[in-house]
Design a protein around this ligand. Structure first.
Ligand SMILES: C[S@@+](CC[C@H](N)C(=O)[O-])C[C@H]1O[C@@H](n2cnc3c(N)ncnc32)[C@H](O)[C@@H]1O
Length: 258
């Protein structure tokens, strides 16, 4: 039931307002059209991937140069495009067909032919493995139970010595009024559509869910899946506190502390 609700919401975002569904800051309001807002939107992806590789080189593996990368929850391809300029073979997975179609158009516009785009069930039924698995600002939009299930499945596709970079929200320090507005949007009929209109969104645009994860639960999955080298980088997206967990699937032998 969770999965169906998440899928339906993202299908609406993917069809009606995919760019704003990915980054909902006012400066990307016009990113749906070719122009400066779209260029700024994709520049954030380039910056993200530059930072990602720098963090991996600094914390886990100085000469890491992946050959097959997976971006889980790829949206319109904001991270896929810079990945595909650095990695020979890139796969993007997304629950929303609308997002995948726009990602395909963006790869075409960028002249990139080394990208495969899949729905989650297509990845589940494949035996493909990757030496880099990445996901950013995705798990926060699904309930923890569903997210942890997805993480376990994703890790079955990570090569030995491969690197994972998965982002989670773990706490919030939103001002009380924002928590209150979110509660009103969820519970009081009419508030959410009215605020959609005020924010120049489609009237029926669904409420984007935000979920915090228990870091202990994530660490346990990493340990059980043999990912024994772990580093992290913090994030703060408007009061939603998060971590990008960087880890390597590697036996415990070479990191044992005695
Ligand atoms: C906020 S967007 C981020 C897109 C991309 N990661 C980026 O940083 O540009 C979240 C994306 O996750 C996708 N998504 C949400 N739940 C998913 C799931 N269970 N499986 C795969 N994709 C999912 C949504 O369709 C959406 O494209």
């Amino acid at each position: 039931m969770f999965a169906r609700r998440v899928a339906e919401s993202w299908e609406v975002f993917g069809r009606s307002d995919p760019y704003f569904g990915v980054l909902n800051a006012p400066r990307f309001r016009e990113a749906g059209e070719e122009g400066p807002a779209r260029a700024a939107f994709f520049a954030t992806g380039e910056e993200h991937v530059t930072g990602l590789f720098a963090a991996i080189h600094e914390s886990l593996c100085p000469d890491f140069a992946p050959t097959r990368a997976l971006d889980f929850g790829c949206g319109v391809g904001r991270v896929i495009l810079p990945l595909a300029r650095r990695v020979p073979d890139v796969t993007g997975v997304d629950i929303s067909r609308g997002m995948l179609e726009e990602a395909q158009r963006n790869c075409g516009r960028a002249g990139l032919d080394n990208v495969t785009l899949l729905e989650p069930r297509e990845l589940d039924s494949s035996r493909a493995t990757f030496d880099l698995i990445h996901s950013y600002i995705v798990f926060q939009h699904m309930p923890q139970r569903m997210g942890m299930h997805a993480v376990r499945k994703l890790l079955t596709h990570l090569d030995q010595n491969g690197i994972g970079a998965l982002h989670f929200v773990y706490a919030s320090r939103l001002p009380h009024w924002r928590t209150w507005v979110h509660w009103m949007r969820k519970r009081v009929p009419g508030v959410h559509p009215a605020l959609n209109v005020l924010q120049r969104r489609p009237l029926r645009s669904p409420l984007m869910q935000m979920n915090s994860y228990d870091i202990n639960a994530i660490l346990r999955v990493l340990q059980e899946c043999g990912c024994h080298r772990v580093a992290l980088r913090f994030s703060d997206h408007g009061g939603w506190l998060g971590v990008m967990l960087l880890f390597q699937r590697r036996t415990q032998l070479d990191v044992r502390v005695t």
